[in-house]
Design a protein around this ligand. Structure first.
Ligand SMILES: NC(=O)c1ccc[n+]([C@@H]2O[C@H](COP(=O)([O-])OP(=O)(O)OC[C@H]3O[C@@H](n4cnc5c(N)ncnc54)[C@H](OP(=O)(O)O)[C@@H]3O)[C@@H](O)[C@H]2O)c1
Length: 319
């Protein structure tokens, strides 16, 4: 399966944790991305408690299904209780489970919300300590044999579990947080993905908007936005980030690109990285993010961007 290197990240359009979303603007953002050549959309059942999948379903309705790669995730339930509480949010308790009957129940819900009869890439959202990896692989392989999914992957996994899953079945992808400022995966899952040709999908590749260079200490976030209270978005850090990004901003100006395009292009050049999933809220962001896939950086430009980030090693400790 081949997909555009820049993917539409559909978490924010679900509104949950992002201060809400506008349904029409979200549908238009997805369509603008598809029109600009992005053909991979990453959503999840839990994003907006089904809303993100519904918006994606609406946006792709009437388009040739075979031209779009729909990726979604299972394993976080807000309608039942299990032994592992994942989070409490907006009055809901979200539990982890990858138990076979739960995955089968979840895929039916996701297919209905997405308005499709198959999912191109089905992923675990978070590991479930109560279900072993053999069981997860068996369930996914069965769904694949039944034609309900074309491929499967894991998210938020350790290198050990990833290696085990790759041995047991046809693991296609791993999805982890990775950006210019979040490099933990360089020594964790990336080497294995590169060695075994497993797609590596970077989430939060512009550090939830920080690396767009457009958020400074004057930015007001809407109520419910996960960036409120996050130390990475405190006024002092926002100002420090502007200083870190100053050389990247200058380079972007010289080249006629935007900061996030250079950051995404840099990310796509890292060994083992295959795709960046960029959270996109409107048509302007859709157009800018899609173009990042065709930005080419030379060795000096790559080194300059790496050096800019290295100026602030303390960032990774903030979360
Ligand atoms: N598997 C997992 O556990 C997991 C976890 C997190 C994310 N993900 C996936 O990865 C995707 C991306 O991650 P993310 O949404 O956390 O972070 P991100 O892509 O680093 O940042 C997204 C945010 O940056 C801002 N932005 C996007 N494009 C922009 C542009 N061109 N110019 C200026 N600002 C721009 C938008 O926020 P504002 O406009 O409000 O500033 C947007 O919501 C998600 O949508 C989801 O599909 C997966």
């Amino acid at each position: 399966m081949q997909a555009s290197v820049v993917a539409f990240g559909a978490w924010a359009i679900g509104g949950w944790k992002w201060g809400g979303s506008d349904a029409q603007a979200s549908v238009e953002a997805v369509r603008a991305s598809l029109d600009a050549g992005v053909d991979l959309i990453d959503t999840a059942a839990v994003y907006g408690f089904g809303l993100s999948e519904e918006i994606v379903g609406k946006a792709i309705e009437g388009r040739p299904r075979e031209d779009i790669i729909v990726a979604t995730k299972c394993g976080l339930r807000w309608d039942i209780e299990t032994s592992t509480l994942h989070a409490e949010s907006e009055g809901k308790r979200i539990f982890r489970t990858l138990e076979p009957t739960s995955i089968r129940w979840e895929i039916e819900q996701s297919l209905a919300r997405l308005g499709t009869d198959y999912i191109d890439l089905y992923q675990t959202h978070w590991p479930d300590p109560a279900t072993d990896i053999e069981s997860v692989v068996d369930t996914f392989e069965a769904l694949k044999a039944e034609g309900l999914i074309r491929a499967w992957g894991l998210c938020n996994e350790s290198p050990e579990q990833l290696a085990a899953a790759a041995k047991l079945g046809s693991l296609a992808t791993d999805q982890e947080r990775y950006s210019l400022l979040d490099r933990e995966q360089d020594d964790a899952n990336l080497p294995l993905c590169e060695e075994q040709d497993i797609g590596f999908l970077c989430y939060s590749p512009i550090a939830q908007g920080l690396l767009s260079g457009q958020i400074d200490s004057r930015r007001q976030f809407a109520e419910g936005d996960l960036r409120i209270g996050n130390p990475r978005f405190s006024p002092a850090v926002l100002d420090a980030i502007q200083a870190v990004l100053a050389p990247v901003k200058a380079l972007a100006r010289d080249r006629g690109d935007t900061v996030e395009q250079l950051v995404l292009a840099w990310t796509l050049e890292q060994p083992g990285v295959s795709h960046v999933l960029v959270g996109t809220r409107d048509v302007e962001q859709a157009a800018a993010n899609a173009l990042a896939g065709s930005v080419e950086l030379d060795d000096d430009e790559m080194a300059m961007i790496s050096q800019a980030a290295a100026a602030w090693p303390g960032f990774a400790q903030l979360s």
